[in-house]
Design a protein around this ligand. Structure first.
Ligand code: 8Y4
Length: 257
């Protein structure tokens, strides 16, 4: 899954023709490099980032989804049910909800649209998640969360076969929590028999482990984590740098057979 950010820090304001053309070109490059899904998000989930309105999020993502519809499998990275609904109508096939489907309306939208759903674990919300996160047992809590989502989804008319689970690396987790989740990856969500997704690309825990604050230093370690994740059971990888990560997957899969 290639990451296509359409927040103003990645493009001038996300709305102009030039912005849309640049985003589409970036998506096409990621597809050519082997991405199978393009994840489009219009709201930054950075800790402390200012929330954006529904209208603004739609203004940012809809033109790009419309331009890519039919050319790519599109996932929409949003916590807002109304944005997910419009995105699916415009051509998105997957709802990537980092809010873990906490809004019950999101499940209605998923049931209505027939979209696939990524249910990601986050402790708290983007504003507060990194303020001293505490777990008795992070792996058990993430696993419980997956079980509860599965039950709620099925009750809401979203079949299990449309769900993917994601431990939410960096979302309300310390470096140690992230490492513990990766260490115990094969034991997460096993009862659910659904694919696991992993988003580690360029995240700050990499910089913390390696003792570097530079974003450029997080690329190779990301590729290493992709290979590790594939070996330990993850199946979908949300990444910025598609080519290197696809090559890591193909190589790891050649070994796994
Ligand atoms: C540098 C680069 C620093 C990236 C921080 C970040 C996930 C996700 C995000 C994830 C799923 C991010 C939308 C955070 N992470 N969706 N979204 N799983 N399913 N931060 O791990 O990339 S955004």
């Amino acid at each position: 899954m290639g990451i296509l950010n359409v927040t103003p820090d990645s493009f001038s304001d996300g709305g102009s023709w030039l912005d849309v053309a640049a985003a589409v070109a970036h998506a096409e490059q990621m597809l050519a490099e082997g991405a199978e899904i393009i994840d489009i998000g219009g709201e930054s989930t950075r800790p402390g980032a200012t929330p954006v309105s529904e209208a603004e999020e739609l203004r940012r993502v809809l033109p790009i989804i419309a331009a890519l519809a039919g050319k790519a499998v599109i996932s929409v990275d949003t916590m807002k049910p109304a944005v997910a609904r419009e995105a699916c109508a415009a051509g998105a096939a997957i709802i990537n909800d980092v809010g873990g489907l906490r809004d019950p309306v999101m499940l209605e939208v998923a049931a209505e649209t027939g979209a696939g759903v990524v249910a990601m674990h986050m402790l708290g919300n983007p504003q507060t998640m990194q303020v001293a996160p505490v777990y008795a047992n992070v792996v058990a809590e993430v696993d419980d969360f997956f079980c509860q989502i599965m039950a709620r989804a099925v009750r809401s008319g979203v079949p299990a076969a449309r769900l993917v689970f994601d431990p939410g690396i960096g979302f309300g987790k310390t470096v140690e929590h992230n490492l513990e989740l990766l260490r115990r990856l094969p034991g997460i969500g096993v009862g659910m028999s659904r694919p696991l997704m992993l988003g580690v690309s360029r995240k700050s825990f990499i910089g913390k482990v390696l003792g570097s604050a530079r974003m450029e230093d997080r690329e190779w370690p990301t590729v290493a984590l992709t290979s590790y994740g594939r070996e330990h059971g993850a199946r979908i990888f949300r990444v910025h740098e598609v080519k290197a990560n696809v090559e890591a997957l193909r190589m790891t899969e050649a070994i796994l057979g």
